[in-house]
Every structure is written in structure tokens, then in C-alpha cells.
Write a protein that binds this ligand. Sequence first.
Ligand code: SAM
Length: 218
Amino acid sequence: MLKDTYKHKGQRNQLIQELKKLGITSPTVLKAIEHVPRHFFFPSDFSDKAYENIAFPIYEKQTISQPYTVAKQTELLDVQSGDKVLEIGTGSGYQAAILRIMGAQLHTIETVEILHQKAKLLFSKLGLNISTILGDGSLGIPELAPFDKIIITAGTPSLAKSLVSQLKIGGKLVAPVGELDVQKMILVHRIGDNEYQETSHGRFKFVPLTGTNGWSIK
Ligand code: SAM
């Protein structure tokens, strides 16, 4: 049963204070985190852990990202209401819910069928209008491009040109890029037809992006 109590709201407020101390400043990001019950996206037996600043295993060896990571990626993405956004790696659906609450027109793609199905059902129960796709997100979704923003929530070995070119000019992509055990958070800003600015924003550890442009992992 999806129940959001005063206790949960209090825990979210404490989490917000922790995220502020860690350097998250965007009022719209903090407001979205305050608004979305993270425990809805947790395995129900462990929902008491939902407001700790930790990543947590969900199903099929995948994880719901740490709240700080979600906040940092969302802040870097600079989402504006009405932005057409692609999320690669739906996972639990929590990051998608945050982006939707901020007004994104969201498309989220997941490669693991059970995660895709669970997130789709949860979005419908919560009345969140999010388009969910099952498939290999490492290719982006050329038929829906261009996007204002793209967020990859799994660690990728590199950024394929075919993916960054799915950004509109002026658009932004945020992704953890690097090795299997550690990645740099990269922000790409498309400033022209063939012009991209790249900046780096700290080290993170994500589960691997698989698929054509990801890691080949059995
Ligand atoms: N955004 C998620 C959340 O809020 O819970 C966390 C995502 S989890 C860290 C990474 C997800 O990326 C996993 O669910 C994994 O199955 C998915 N993934 C990995 N490779 C993928 C691919 N090629 N296409 C789509 N999803 C992929």
C-alpha cells in the first residue's frame, strides 16, 4: 500500500538538510525531493532505509541511486518545466518521478523487463504521466530526438557521438563516464551543430550501462 505519513515527510526534511550540507542548492531540485516519497520506489521490506543517503539494491542486481547522486545529476541537468527529457536507466523510477514533478516531458528507457514493468505500474498508480520504454538506451532514442536534456543513470565507458547528437542545440546531457568501478560525472552542453562543451563534476560509482554503446557484461 502506498502510504505517505508525517514520519516520512519528517525524514524527507532531514534528508533535504543533509543534501544542502553536501552542496545541493537548487530550490526546484530540493522541492522535488521533498515532494516525492522515495519509499514508494523501495523494496517494501526495506522502506525504513528509504531516507538514508545511500544507494540500495532493487531487483536484478540493479540499484536505486543515492539521493545525493539523484540531486546532483538533476541539478546539473538544469531541468526547466516543459523540457523534453530522456532518462536512460529507469531502474526504480525514482529519478524519473523527480524529473516529472519538475515539469519535464519525460521519456525513460530501461533494459531489464521486470524493472520496466514495475516502474510503469508505479507511475500509473501515482498518476505520473511518464512515457516508459523497454529497450537498449545506450543508443538513445533517435526516433524521439531531439531532446532538451538527456540523463544517463548507469556508468558508461564513453559517450557515443550518435547519442550526444540527439541533444537540441543548447541542450544538456549528464552522465557518469569512466571505468567499471568509478566514473566522473560529465556534463555536456551542446552549443552548436558540431560544438560541445564538457565539464566534470566529481566521482561516482554506478552500476554499468550495458547494450551497444555500454559494457558487455553477462
Ligand atoms: N534512475 C534509477 C532510479 O532512479 O532508480 C537508477 C538507475 S540504476 C543505477 C541503472 C539502471 O540502468 C538499471 O536499472 C539498469 O538495468 C539500467 N540500464 C543499464 N544498461 C541499460 C541500457 N543499455 N538501456 C537502458 N537501461 C539500462
